[in-house]
Design a protein around this ligand. Structure first.
Ligand SMILES: Nc1nc2c(c(=O)[nH]1)N[C@H]1C(S)=C(S)[C@@H](COP(=O)(O)O)O[C@H]1N2
Ligand SMILES: [Mo]
Length: 324
């Protein structure tokens, strides 16, 4: 089913912003490989790529929110930034770290439109100032059967939603990711219907756990993790957490999400983590924690709502086998 995207020979230059970490990683890299002649690629270019691939970005301060955090062992930064799903940059887990250095994350705006009293377009600096930044350590469970524990930085999406004053006709929120084939080599492939679209029911989006995310591990989001802004919805399979968002639309009807279009029998709109509802091609009863559980270690049991039982009331009376 997966088609390998073709990689473009020419790539736009990396962002003109050079955070200290990138500069240092680049200098260190140059020192290490200066003696090696690499045909076709300048050492400068390679050093930049290396720094970005390692996830080097600027620092971002946030206040820890223990009430919204798991105390489970955090996934290593290296794993969280080198094992990714971000199909706009390729379908292999290592592709986003290798390819996402071409994403230009500034300037960047998010258009907020649809059934709201105050439609508006916000840039990243405005988003960073809209509410106070919190660090929340969330579990993230991918539909593929693995999970991570990541210290995200952001604030409840409800802050942004209240800011634009949704009308009573707004029943769902749609998140639309950037789809620029010049910056995103995977968008040239037909692996998904671009742009990547995800969505939540209004009450789900208003739940305090739903996080508008601008950073992780004390720094600005690395490109491969969805810079400069994404959502993280910890009680749902990872694909509900759209990356590199450029548009948020408030709509009357349930959005047609990219994964529902790709496989309506496999990926439902709700996609709550549910060990009792198997994916048609594999079980969802257990998961492998990235970086921790070796080949011979038993897998962890997957928990209903990924362990976030406080969201259960959102689905009271709903048949979660039908609304998967
Ligand atoms: N735009 C976009 N968002 C996306 C994806 C994607 O391919 N494109 N992959 C999703 C999937 S399947 C997962 S598991 C998470 C992974 O987030 P992470 O790489 O930061 O761990 O991002 C989600 N958001
Ligand atoms: Mo995923």
């Amino acid at each position: 089913m997966l088609i390998k995207p073709s990689r473009g020979a020419s790539e736009p230059p990396a962002s003109s912003i050079t955070p200290r970490e990138v500069y240092e990683a680049r200098r260190e890299f140059i020192a290490r490989v200066a003696a090696t002649a690499v045909a076709g690629t300048s050492i400068w270019e390679m050093a930049n790529r290396q720094a970005f691939a390692q996830g080097a970005t600027a620092r971002l301060a946030a206040r820890a929110n223990p009430a919204f955090s798991t105390s489970e062992k955090r996934t290593a930064f290296k794993d969280a930034t080198s094992y990714n799903n971000f199909y706009e940059f390729g379908t292999d887990k290592g592709d986003p770290a290798q390819n996402a250095h071409t994403l230009r994350t500034r300037p960047w705006t998010v258009a907020i439109e649809g059934e709201v009293k105050k439609p508006l377009t916000l840039d990243i600096d405005s988003l960073l100032k809209l509410a106070s930044l919190e660090e929340r350590v969330y579990r993230l469970r991918c539909v593929e059967g693995w999970s991570m524990v990541i210290p995200w930085i952001g604030y409840s999406l409800s802050n942004l939603i209240r800011h634009v004053e949704p009308l009573s006709s707004a029943k769902y929120v749609e998140f639309i990711s950037l789809a620029d084939p010049k910056q995103m080599p995977g968008v040239r492939s037909g692996v998904l219907d671009w742009p990547y679209v995800e969505g939540l029911r209004m009450d789900e989006a208003m739940h305090p756990l739903a996080l508008l995310t601008l950073g992780m591990y004390g720094q600005v989001l690395p490109n491969q993790n969805g810079a400069p802004v994404r959502v993280v919805v910890p009680w749902k399979y990872g694909f509900k957490s759209a990356k590199s968002i450029v548009k948020i639309r408030f709509v009357k009807e349930q959005p047609r999400t990219s994964w529902m279009v790709a496989g309506p029998n496999e990926y439902g709109f709700y996609s709550n983590v549910n060990p009792n509802v198997d994916h048609p091609r594999w079980s969802q009863a257990s998961e492998r924690r990235i970086g921790e559980d070796g080949f011979f270690k038993p897998k962890r049991k997957t928990l209903m709502f990924n362990g976030y039982n406080e969201v259960a009331s959102l689905y009271a009376g709903m048949d979660l086998r039908k609304f998967f």
